[in-house]
Design a protein around this ligand. Structure first.
Ligand SMILES: [Zn+2]
Length: 136
């Protein structure tokens, strides 16, 4: 026969106090603990989210400035020296034999030691005539 030890008694996820008897799925001792726990998780997520977006934005800025000066291919070592963070792209996948990566609207082929085919992608709304051209 098993006896209930201290460890099997459920504890509040926020303050660690033993939980009063009640619903089995209860995780918090009181509404205030539940709110504090959820607020902290939301803060942690916002921090993670804004950090990742910041890295992606910086990567995009670096790739964009390379395109602006006519660079289409660059060794990864040089890219990293410019502050680029490898592995932070908005998508990556096989297209035929190439691994094609995208960082927002910039597309490139990921080779072993360098990236090639660096271009700004044409998006569906780029093809539409600007309002000024239509009114002519
Ligand atoms: Zn609590």
């Amino acid at each position: 026969m098993k006896y209930k030890s201290e460890e099997t008694i459920p504890h509040c996820l926020e303050c660690g106090d033993p939980l009063p008897y009640g619903r089995k799925d209860r995780k918090f001792c009181c509404p205030s603990c539940r709110n504090r726990h959820h607020n902290r998780e939301a803060r942690q997520w916002r921090f993670r989210y804004s950090t990742i977006i910041g890295i992606l934005e910086k990567n995009h800025d670096i790739l964009n400035s390379l395109i602006r000066i006519g660079i289409r291919s660059i060794p990864k070592t040089e890219l990293v020296q410019l502050g680029y963070r490898m592995g932070f792209v908005t998508s990556s996948g096989r297209e035929g034999r190439r691994t094609v990566c995208r960082c927002f609207d910039i597309v490139f082929t990921d080779m072993e030691t360098r990236i090639t085919g660096l271009t700004q992608e044409t998006l569906p709304w780029d093809r539409e005539d600007p309002p000024s051209a239509r009114s002519l």
